[in-house]
Design a protein around this ligand. Structure first.
Ligand SMILES: NC(=O)c1ccc[n+]([C@@H]2O[C@H](COP(=O)([O-])OP(=O)(O)OC[C@H]3O[C@@H](n4cnc5c(N)ncnc54)[C@H](O)[C@@H]3O)[C@@H](O)[C@H]2O)c1
Length: 360
């Protein structure tokens, strides 16, 4: 554990983290391009401070490859297509690569026809939905990204896990202000936050969970064997999760609800998750400069609104952009639960020296 102790005292720059993860995944047998895309998405997610869904997840993704649940050599293919839509068959390929391919396709189509939807079937875990939404920003488009998951969340009037945590992310370009960027589960929180509290022996700060009887609890001890997550804001999160299930599974033809198999469990079944991506080419609909000026005005009005005594108003994404700017300047101090996984990845792939060299 000497390596872990050393890394706990150091920081890593996003570019160095990305380079190390690319090399380690290639050493583990992934094609270089799939390794590079996966590393870019996961290291960027860490740079935003969303560590639960960053490079920590590489080890589990590689286990899925070893177990034959993900086919690292496969690529997504087009199953159906029109001017403003496509359905991709993920072919159980590296899911992060598939998601990038799908969002790139949505952007290409939106450039031609103004707006495009791309649904994906037969895929697996894509990490934070946010990355794919932000891919629209350099193209001056609004991006949306979403995925279904295996069931972790109950619904009003029900008990036990019924629906996935079905995250929704969007990104909106602005002018001189930072883009707006929201990335949230439709459950009270992402599952990983409950598991992190459980691992640390902590009570939950809020009632995010219900027990087996459907009663709210702040005790994660028996989770996930018992209980389920609550939807975000009750019927509202539940309602949005149903929309996500429709866009990601019912339209593309992916598995839905209990048909989705957890990518993180030690089971042979392929996950068969579905995803959906949307690109809106604002400039095709309204003068872009005017739109951006209006976005800036909206952002400034929100930020300039009256505040509580010690209050600060954030726009969605502002915290992530600030963390990313700091990560570029000073490097990232990765939390212990991420470092444990990276050290494990280094041991699996014989890349301990390279991991140590990536940190300063
Ligand atoms: N792939 C999957 O299976 C899966 C499933 C569920 C969640 N997730 C991911 O988990 C991550 C965390 O989800 P979560 O629901 O716990 O997120 P969260 O509750 O931490 O919310 C984060 C979002 O809220 C915004 N935000 C936070 N505080 C704010 C404030 N005061 N004002 C304005 N905006 C604010 C942030 O900018 C960010 O966009 C996401 O990246 C999501 O995509 C992935």
């Amino acid at each position: 554990m000497q390596l872990l102790d050393d890394l706990l005292r150091k920081r890593v720059f996003p570019a160095d983290l990305e380079r190390y993860c690319t090399d380690a995944m290639e050493r583990a047998g992934l094609p270089r391009d799939a390794a590079a895309v996966s590393a870019r998405v996961l290291a960027t997610t860490d740079s935003w401070g969303i560590h639960t869904h960053g490079t920590r997840q590489i080890r589990q993704l590689l286990k899925n490859v070893r177990d034959g649940r993900i086919d690292a050599a496969a690529r997504a293919s087009v199953a159906a297509e029109g001017a403003a839509f496509a359905i991709l068959d993920g072919n159980h390929a590296m899911p992060i690569v598939t998601a990038c391919t799908a969002m790139e396709l949505a952007i290409r189509k939106a450039r031609e026809v103004g707006i495009a939807y791309v649904g994906v079937k037969r895929s697996s875990h894509i990490g934070a939905a946010g990355y794919y939404a932000t891919m629209a920003l350099p193209h001056d488009m609004v991006g949306m990204a979403t995925t279904n998951t295996d069931p972790w969340m109950t619904v009003p009037g029900g008990k036990g896990p019924i629906m996935g945590t079905n995250p929704i992310a969007y990104a909106i370009p602005a002018g001189t202000e930072r883009p707006i960027f929201l990335d949230i589960a439709t459950s009270s929180v992402a599952v990983t936050k409950i598991l992190a509290a459980k691992a640390l022996g902590k009570r939950l700060p809020e009632k995010w969970l219900v027990d087996d009887a459907g009663q709210p609890t702040d005790d994660p001890t028996n989770y996930p064997a018992q209980g389920a997550l609550l939807p975000m804001a009750g019927h509202k999160g539940y309602g949005l999760a149903v929309l996500v299930e429709t866009l990601t599974a019912m339209i593309p033809g992916a598995a839905f609800l209990s048909g989705v198999k957890c990518w993180a469990f030690d089971i042979p079944d392929k996950a068969n998750q579905g995803h959906a991506f949307l690109a809106i080419n604002v400039g095709a609909m309204t003068p872009l400069a005017e739109f951006k000026a209006r976005m800036d005005a909206m952002i400034r009005e929100i930020k300039g609104a009256p505040k509580t005594a010690d209050g600060r108003i954030y726009l969605p994404g502002e915290m992530e952009w600030e963390r990313q700017e700091r990560a570029q300047r000073e490097g990232i101090a990765l939390p212990d639960y991420v470092l444990v996984n990276l050290v494990g990845l280094a041991e699996d792939t014989g890349t301990q020296e390279a991991l140590a060299a990536a940190f300063r």
